[in-house]
Design a protein around this ligand. Structure first.
Ligand code: PNW
Length: 490
């Protein structure tokens, strides 16, 4: 597979970060090891039926014990940075209601130090979906404003413990999907929802996602406030938030479809970014939801105005969007306040927006990268952006061999296309500072367990042996080719 940029000088700016991304629950294992507390995913995956293959993250990839080996894999790729998340319950087993688990702090110190010895910058997500079960049991986690106190406490501990070395902080990963899956369709803990959105025993799909979102946004603001006032001057790092940023392509040139695509964008992405950048919800959400959308108080608005240093975007795919304001979008949802606002689909007249993959939501549409970046550049005044995830998923077929998995030319082609599109956005002036491939290793893919593989390295599920795939070599060459114009920090 040829590099997409030929002999052109790299379109990526100096100090652009190339990296790989991961998340604690999907990688670490070390379930209850060395004083870790129970988290919401431990509890959720241990209930039969919640994960398609009955698997869980008890051992996961055993990154908790094999992190040195994994750092060697990163070093051989030549990445500048590693994005990982901190298991909240590993360092605060009972949230703010118990002690700090020093063994947990010790683990992340070892990880960070080992990365830095190899010249790899730690890029840390505070919350990548998992949280201490204590918060769920005591007060229902994100549905209660108490969650803000817990998140602030956790963030403060992390800045204090690791901020001398960690220069990039992300408060939340994909809060837009966390609240959708946790409180609307119920496929993530605490699996709350109401008919017709999902099949839960309790919940309110029309309202709870907005309440949870409000508490997450304010938790984010509390953490930013602590970082700005207590740590940033001394530590000199930056802080941001990550949203899942699919691109919504109007299915036609009609004004109605264009407006529908804009609504989709606002209800899934701007929902979190407008508050953390402008201190208010998107106007279109305010006008459609009216008084049922929570409001920020004056002090909360002030706190939100402390802003973010960058926005992180997890971009994988694109959808067609069609207007359906005056018809029923999906069966049973026509009377809902929040459904029926647009219809989104991967196809137009039966033709997919891009090459389908084994993963039903993932279609290969590289131009979506340039489009979403350009959209965010305009809306947020070209605030620095980072692609915090981009990747390609495969499902192992019953009779396929490891060799099939290793010959992942489709993954390399996907990355080449999306990086090319990203470079176009950068050439046109977008301020993008980094790109992280999801993911270094095949890993635990939430409710799909180990059935979906997103890794640049194959992981044998019995022995946990890691083997580089074709895409790992491809990414290594790509990084090397673009390193010529890069100025390394150290
Ligand atoms: C992200 N979609 O989730 C998460 O941040 C990762 O933890 C996850 O492993 C990875 O992407 C791959 O799925 C997504 O429906 C979940 O478009 C759903 C979607 C995209 C990303």
């Amino acid at each position: 597979l040829k590099q997409s940029f030929g002999n052109n000088p790299s379109p990526f700016p100096p100090n652009f970060l190339f990296g790989t991304a991961s998340a604690a629950y999907q990688y670490e294992g070390g379930y209850l090891s060395d004083g870790k507390g129970l988290n919401n995913w431990d509890v959720y995956t241990h209930k039969p039926g919640n994960v398609v293959d009955g698997s869980n993250g008890d051992i996961a990839l055993d990154h908790y014990h094999r992190y040195l080996e994994d750092i060697d894999l990163m070093a051989s790729l030549g990445v500048d940075s590693y994005r990982f998340s901190i298991s909240w319950a590993r360092i605060l087993p009972k949230g703010r209601f118990g002690n700090v688990n020093l063994a947990g702090i010790h683990f992340y110190n070892k990880l960070i130090n080992a990365l830095m010895l190899k010249g790899i910058q730690p890029f840390v997500t505070l919350n990548h979906i998992d949280l201490p079960q204590e918060m769920e049991d005591r007060y229902g986690s994100w549905l209660s404003p108490e969650s803000q106190l817990d998140f602030a406490y956790f963030a403060d501990l992390c800045f204090q413990s690791f901020g001398d070395r960690v220069k990039y902080w992300i408060t939340f990963n994909e809060p837009n999907f966390q609240v959708k899956f946790g409180y609307r369709v119920g496929t993530f803990p605490p699996s709350r929802c109401s008919f017709p959105f999902g099949n839960c025993t309790d919940g309110d799909s029309e309202n709870e996602p907005f309440i949870a979102a409000q508490n997450i946004i304010l938790s984010h603001a509390a953490a930013v406030n602590i970082y700005r006032s207590k740590y940033q001057a001394k530590q000199g790092g930056s802080i941001g938030i990550v949203v899942n940023g699919a691109w919504f392509e109007p299915i036609s040139n009609s004004i109605a479809d264009k407006l529908a695509a804009q609504r989709a964008q606002s209800f899934t992405i701007d929902w979190f970014l407008d508050p953390v950048v402008f201190g208010r919800y998107p106007p279109v959400m305010q006008s459609i939801l009216g008084s049922t959308l929570p409001e920020f108080s004056k002090t909360e608005k002030e706190m939100l105005k402390k802003g973010v240093d960058f926005i992180g975007i997890n971009h994988y795919t694109s959808y067609y969007v069609q207007d359906c304001m005056f018809s029923v979008c999906e069966p049973g949802t026509g009377t809902s306040r929040t459904e029926g606002l647009w219809r989104q689909n991967s196809q137009k007249n039966g033709i997919p927006i891009g090459e389908p993959t084994d993963v039903e939501w993932l279609h290969v549409y590289p131009r979506g990268m340039e489009k979403i970046i350009t959209y965010l550049k305009k809306r947020y005044n070209n605030i620095p952006m980072i692609i915090t995830e981009n990747g390609y998923g495969e499902v192992t077929k019953p009779n396929s061999t490891i060799e099939d998995s290793l010959q992942d030319t489709r993954r390399a082609k996907y990355m080449a296309g999306y990086l090319d599109s990203l470079s176009t956005a950068i050439r046109k002036g977008a301020d993008v500072r980094g790109y992280f491939a999801w993911s270094l290793l095949d890993n635990f893919e939430w409710e799909f367990g180990f059935t979906r593989r997103f890794g640049l390295h194959h992981v044998d599920l019995k022995t946990l042996a890691r083997t580089p795939k074709f895409s790992a070599t491809w990414y290594k060459n790509f990084i090397a080719e673009h390193a010529n114009v890069k100025i390394r920090d150290s």
